[in-house]
Design a protein around this ligand. Structure first.
Ligand code: PHB
Length: 392
C-alpha cells in the first residue's frame, strides 16, 4: 500500500514538474557547470566555482529579466566518458543554454563534441590545451593556453643568458603543448634542450624524476604539471633532492607556483621564474577589489588563483551574452556575441579573438619572492596582446 502511495505521489510530482517546465524555461537561463568536484583535482574545481559564485554575488542572479540557474555536475577526475555523458544529460534533459567550467583538457575535448552537435555555447574556464577551441565553433575560452604562456618564458630565458634547459612536463595535452612550445621557441632563440621527460597524469612518482634530474644537473629546468596537488608534490620531490636553491634555475608555467598552493610550498619555491596570465598580487585597482571581495566571501587568508579568475571572467562573458541577446537565447547568436568580446578582467584586459574564439591577453613573467612574510608571484615583465601561437 505504502509503496503504491509513494509511486503515485512521485508520478504526480513528475507530471506537475513536466507541466511547469516550459513556463520555467522561459524565465530561466541554465548554465551547466562541469567541474572535477571530487578526486585529486577537486580543489581546482572549487576555485573555479568560487569565481563563479563571486561573480553572481556581485552582479545578481538575474540578467535581462531572466533568472540564472547554475546546474553543477561532477566530472570526477580526468574522465572524458563521464564528462560526455553528463554534458549530454545537461543538454537533452536539463536543456541548458550554456556548458561551462572544465578544469581538465580530456573532459573539455569530450564535451566539445556534445556542444557541437547540440549547438550549445561552451565556455572554457581553465582547460588549456591549444586544440580545444578548434574542436567546434561553439567553444570559446577565457582562460589561457599553454603555448600562449610558454613562448614568452622561453624567450625571456634565452634573453636572460640561459643556454641549456631540461624539460619536465605532464604527458597529456597541456604538458605536450608546453614542452613543444618551449623547445621550439628556445631553439629559435639559440638555446638547447639537453633532455626531456613526460610524466604520467595519473599518480606520477616525482621523486624518481627528481633523482634523474639530480644526476644530470642541467643549467636550468622547465616544468609544467597541473596546478594544485601535483604542483605541491613536484616541489616537495625537488626540495628533497636539494634541487631548489641549488644553482639550477627553475622555470615553470604559473600552474606550478599557483597562488592557491604557493604558500604551502615554503621557501623551496623562492626565486622560481614563471609565466602566466594571473597573479593575485597583480597591482591594479580592479584586482585589489577582486582579491578583497574574494577574501570577504571565502575567508581572510584565501587567495583567488588563475582558476578563480577563469570562473569569474567566464561568468562575465556569459552575462554579457545574455544582455546582448536580451535574454532570448540562441546558440549561434551567443557565439557571435562572444567573438571579439573584451572584458576588463582582474588580470588586465582580455579579448576573445573573433576568428579563433581563443583568449588574447597579457602574459606576465614573475619571480617567487617573499613579500611581508608571504610567498608571492611578483610580476616583473610582461608581453601584451598575446594570442595562442598554436593558431594560424
Ligand atoms: C588542463 O588539463 O588543461 C589543465 C589542468 C590544470 C592546469 C592547466 C591545464 O593547471
Amino acid at each position: 500500500m505504502r509503496r503504491v502511495g509513494f509511486g503515485m505521489l512521485a508520478g504526480a510530482i513528475m507530471l506537475a514538474a513536466a507541466l511547469l517546465a516550459p513556463a520555467q524555461a522561459q524565465d530561466t537561463i541554465k548554465i551547466g557547470l562541469l567541474l572535477t568536484y571530487s578526486g585529486p583535482f577537486a580543489d581546482n574545481a572549487q576555485r573555479i566555482d568560487n569565481g563563479v559564485q563571486l561573480y553572481i554575488k556581485q552582479h545578481g542572479a538575474s540578467v535581462a529579466g531572466k533568472k540564472i540557474e547554475i546546474i553543477k555536475r561532477d566530472t570526477t577526475g580526468a574522465a572524458p566518458d563521464i564528462a560526455k555523458r553528463l554534458a549530454q544529460e545537461l543538454v537533452t534533459r536539463d536543456k541548458v543554454d550554456f556548458l561551462a567550467g572544465f578544469v581538465l583538457t580530456p573532459n573539455a575535448l569530450a564535451v566539445a563534441d556534445v556542444a557541437n552537435e547540440a549547438k550549445v555555447p561552451m565556455v572554457i574556464m581553465n582547460a588549456a590545451t591549444s586544440i580545444i577551441t578548434t574542436k567546434s565553433p561553439y567553444v570559446a575560452r577565457v582562460s589561457f593556453t599553454l603555448p600562449q604562456v610558454t613562448v614568452p618564458l622561453a624567450q625571456w630565458a634565452a634573453r636572460d643568458g640561459i643556454k641549456q634547459v631540461y624539460l619536465m612536463t605532464s604527458d597529456y595535452g597541456p604538458g605536450r603543448d608546453a614542452a613543444a612550445a618551449f623547445e621550439k621557441s628556445f631553439a629559435a632563440a639559440g638555446g638547447t634542450i639537453v633532455g626531456q621527460v613526460a610524466m604520467p597524469l595519473q599518480s606520477p612518482d616525482f621523486s624518481a624524476y627528481a633523482q634523474r634530474l639530480n644526476d644530470l644537473r642541467p643549467q636550468a629546468m622547465f616544468l609544467f604539471v597541473p596546478a594544485g596537488q601535483q604542483a605541491t608534490a613536484l616541489m616537495k620531490a625537488l626540495a628533497e633532492q636539494r634541487l631548489t636553491s641549488s644553482g639550477i634555475k627553475i622555470l615553470a608555467t604559473g600552474d606550478v607556483t599557483d597562488d592557491a598552493v604557493l604558500q604551502g610550498m615554503g621557501d623551496a619555491a623562492l626565486n622560481i621564474i614563471t609565466s602566466h596570465h594571473y597573479s593575485y598580487a597583480h597591482t591594479s585597482p580592479a584586482n585589489k577589489a577582486f582579491v578583497e571581495a574574494y577574501a570577504k566571501l571565502f575567508g581572510d587568508d584565501v587567495r583567488p588563483n588563475f582558476m578563480s579568475v577563469g570562473g569569474y571572467d567566464g561568468m562575465a562573458a556569459i552575462y554579457r551574452v545574455i544582455e546582448q541577446l536580451k535574454g532570448r537565447m540562441d546558440g549561434a547568436k551567443a557565439m557571435a556575441a562572444l567573438k571579439g568580446m573584451r572584458i576588463d578582467s582582474p588580470r588586465g584586459p582580455i579579448e576573445i579573438d573573433a576568428a579563433t574564439r581563443d583568449v588574447v591577453q597579457t602574459v606576465y613573467i614573475r619571480r617567487v619572492e617573499k613579500v611581508e612574510g608571504k610567498l608571492v608571484n611578483v610580476e616583473f615583465d610582461k608581453v601584451e596582446n598575446v594570442r595562442d601561437p598554436g593558431k594560424p
